[in-house]
Design a protein around this ligand. Structure first.
Ligand SMILES: *Cc1c(COP(=O)(O)O)cnc(C)c1O
Length: 322
């Protein structure tokens, strides 16, 4: 969907919770040559995997970063006049990336700073900006794109980059030389146009710690939020909010059993979650059950964004790559 643009990858926040090293290895094998992390601490363990690929650090160059950045093969994405000054002093003439603010008012240089010649003489590889509302149909998208083109015309850079996952869905006008998806690589559906084109990437499974039967009037879990209306069969799974299966899934989450979905009942605990398994008398302690973690539907169930669902995935999962 990035058309003629190269497709990079945001692998910050430990590869959106999947494990940045594993993500980088696989995306590099698939041809990805441009990776983005937020901090130098995130960059450090990935550098040895880069080969001929490049790694950019989105937070740029704070005072504390100088010693990590000096001599590192990663490039800072310079966001402010102070960061530009620091790179001029410590960057030894190496290439950097630069973030322009085109209306999000988060990070980046302003049109006035560009007009003042702040970037003159810098060797810039990727000149980028970031869309605030690419997941919505609003006039701000085209305004940011136009502002980006205007500002970029005044700066010499090797490549231009604007689109995140949702921005890619806005079409070729937003692709420029390099796109920077994160969410969509991990199975997130950033805009409705992409529904059906993006496969689920992350599946989560939990193991049954105990099966039990409850009768009419019995209550289940913390604060007794579920009361059985009749006999029911439950399975207690070894997953909870400490695994990123947050309490938003209490009473709304569901598990996949054969072709059926069965509900989460009661409150999700730190390490345990109850599901109703009347339909599956064959399930035993130790069996594995898949929770519904298709990101758009899990987002609707939990009230969490697709991003939050991924980045809160806990460290107790064994991550199996297939
Ligand atoms: C996180 C991030 C991305 C990736 O965004 P998605 O919405 O996950 O595709 C791209 N660019 C920048 C500057 C980011 O911070």
């Amino acid at each position: 969907m990035s058309g003629n643009a190269a497709c990079g990858a945001a692998v910050k926040a430990d590869g959106y919770g999947l494990g940045a090293r594993d993500v980088v290895l696989r995306l590099a094998k698939a041809g990805c040559r441009d990776f983005f992390v937020a901090t130098w601490a995130e960059a450090e363990p990935l550098l040895s995997l880069m080969g001929d690929a490049s790694l950019s650090v989105l937070h740029g160059l704070t005072v504390a970063d100088i010693q990590h950045a000096t001599g590192s093969a990663a490039r800072p994405v310079l966001n402010s006049a102070e960061q530009v000054k620091r790179w001029r002093e410590h960057g030894q003439g190496r290439a950097c990336d630069v973030m322009l603010d085109t209306g999000m008012n988060r990070l980046g240089l302003s049109p006035a700073q560009i007009a003042e010649g702040l970037l003159e003489g810098l060797v810039i590889d990727v000149l980028m900006s970031h869309l605030a509302s690419a997941d919505e149909d609003v006039a701000l998208n085209a305004r940011q794109r136009d502002a980006f083109v205007t500002m970029a015309a005044k700066v010499g850079a090797r490549r231009l980059s604007l689109a995140n996952s949702a921005g890619i869905c806005l079409g070729q006008d937003y692709a420029f030389d390099l796109t920077r998806p994160g969410l969509a690589l991990y199975g997130g559906v950033p805009r409705r146009e992409a529904a059906g084109q993006i496969k689920q990437v992350v599946k989560i499974e939990a193991q049954i710690v105990q099966r039990r039967r409850v009768g009419a009037g019995d209550k289940v879990g913390y604060n007794a939020t579920f009361t059985a209306d009749r006999d029911h069969e439950l399975a207690i799974l070894n997953i909870g909010y400490a695994d990123g299966y947050l309490r938003g899934f209490s009473r709304t989450g569901r598990a996949r059993i054969a072709a059926d979905f069965v509900p989460v009942i009661g409150s999700v605990s730190m390490d345990l979650t109850a599901i109703l398994v009347d339909v599956a008398p064959y399930l035993r302690e130790g069996d594995w059950v898949e929770l519904d973690f298709d990101l758009p539907s899990a987002s609707a169930q939990s009230g969490l964004s697709q991003y939050e669902l991924l980045t809160t995935l806990g460290s107790r999962y064994r991550r199996d790559w297939r």
